[in-house]
Design a protein around this ligand. Sequence first.
Ligand code: NAP
Length: 249
Amino acid sequence: MRVLILGGTGDAAELMARVSNITGIEAIASLAGRTRKPTLPSGKVRVGGFGGVSGLVEYLRQLQVDVLIDATHPFAQQISENAARAAQEASIPRLMLIRRPWERVSGDRWLEVESNIAAASVLENQAKRVFLTVGRQELSAFAYLQNIWFLMRMIDPPDADALVPPGMILCDRGPFALEDEKQILIQHNIDTIVSKNSGGDATYPKIIAARELGIQVVMVNRPAVPPGEQVADVDSAVKWLLEKIVNGQ
Ligand code: NAP
């Protein structure tokens, strides 16, 4: 059985490692190529866009892919929609592996918004020093906020011609530790964090740190996912795949 895993997340890399050890499965991981030095999953990896739905359908047919697993980031909406349409056109099963979103708990001061644009507009009146952790591709939505100072954390620096709000860039990659996150918030006198509701453990410590320090979090909620089967963890994705083998897909 040949499986294409659309990746770019820690879960996708873990799934790839697990699946590579299963006899009878040949897995190919696909990365968009956004990160300059990506943490490459084990096994066979391809990098770069497919060229929309038609390109993905062609790839699935050419490589005779039997099963598609969409393990992309919950905010990578376009590729998930393309995957849904391409799997349908190629008549192959598709599973979405989407980790659960973080849930607000007692002590959290969250303001939930539906987009980065909405996040920027709420900052306008109530923030002075912001820890912005939405990724380098999303900075332009905040660039007009010239009276706010931003500490912007991302894996790679923004492109030279990118629109960037005023402040400081911090290049780093999770997982992050609670004490380090607290230290960052205190050292830079941060009053508000802006975060996507990505879920998972690697970037959750900043949310705990905000809770413990009484700092507000502007939480960007996830976009809708296309209809279809979904699981929330790697174990369940492996189980789903094994069932497909047993049932001859
Ligand atoms: P996106 O907006 O949904 O996708 C834009 C285009 O990038 C897609 O149409 C596709 O190009 C290509 N693409 C995306 N993921 C791909 C993959 N795994 N393999 C091959 N091509 C892919 O995606 P994005 O938000 O730019 O995210 C890109 C990648 O970064 C994803 O793999 C995602 O898991 C990862 N990531 C995203 C975020 C986030 O917040 N968005 C955060 C962490 C990691 P074609 O149409 O040419 O096929």
